[in-house]
Structure formats: C-alpha cells, structure tokens
Design a protein around this ligand. Structure first.
Ligand SMILES: [Cu+2]
Length: 125
C-alpha cells in the first residue's frame, strides 16, 4: 500500500469516529424498540415518553419485529423513517414548547395493532 495516500484516509476515518462518538449534537439518547407482541399485536417500547420543552433528543429505534416498521409523526413534525427488520435507525428531534404528541408506525394496520407511543412535553412541576 502507498503510505502517503493511505494516511489522509486514516486521518479522515479517525475524525469520523470521533464525531460519531460525540453525542453533544444529538442531545439526549432515547432507546426505543419496535416489535411484535402476542396475537398479532405490535408495539413501541416504551409506550410513553416525557420530555422537557425544547429538549433535543435522538431516538435510537431498534426493530426487533418480523417485518419493516416506520417511525413518524405528522403532529410532532417527525418525518417518516423506515426501520428495516433487524436494524436500528436514528432520529434527532427537538421537542416543541409543550403538548402531547403521538409517534407511530404508518404501515397499514400497524398503528391499530399498537404501534403508537405518546410523547408528553411539559416543564418540571
Ligand atoms: Cu410497523
């Protein structure tokens, strides 16, 4: 291998690794699992989340189900993300001032089968 050509690539790889290890720009990490329950039900876990007004968070949505799922909310301004079976996708989002919003999977029948979670945004009492 030509070392002079390899070094800049190695430096770039290190910079990328350092950037992804820094969670500052992603805000608080929130892990969510999408999956299948008994009797045809489907779920997001947890079912409810409580965030502070204006809080920046990154959802790490892991799909443990038997098929693809989505994660989105027209109400909360979260664009549709498809999470293929067995994969994890990240969504960074800044909570609005206050309110209660649904986040759901919009694949036909999935929301009705239980794939909805509720985000509550409120100041600490
Ligand atoms: Cu789904």
């Amino acid at each position: 291998m030509n070392t002079a050509r390899f070094l800049p690539l190695a430096a770039a790889a290190i910079l990328i690794a350092a950037a992804s290890a820094c969670s500052g720009s992603e805000g608080r990490r929130i892990d969510i699992v999408a999956g299948d329950g008994p009797n045809g039900t489907m779920y997001f876990e947890p079912k409810t989340l409580t965030l502070a007004p204006g809080e920046k968070v990154t959802f790490y949505i892991k799909n443990e189900g038997s098929g693809d799922h989505e994660f989105e909310s027209d109400e909360a301004g979260i664009d549709e993300v498809v999470i293929p079976k067995g994969r994890t996708r990240k969504v960074t989002w800044t909570a609005p001032a206050s309110g209660t919003y649904p986040i759901y999977c919009d694949i036909t029948g999935h929301r009705q089968a239980g794939m909805e979670l509720e985000v509550r945004i409120a100041s600490a009492p």
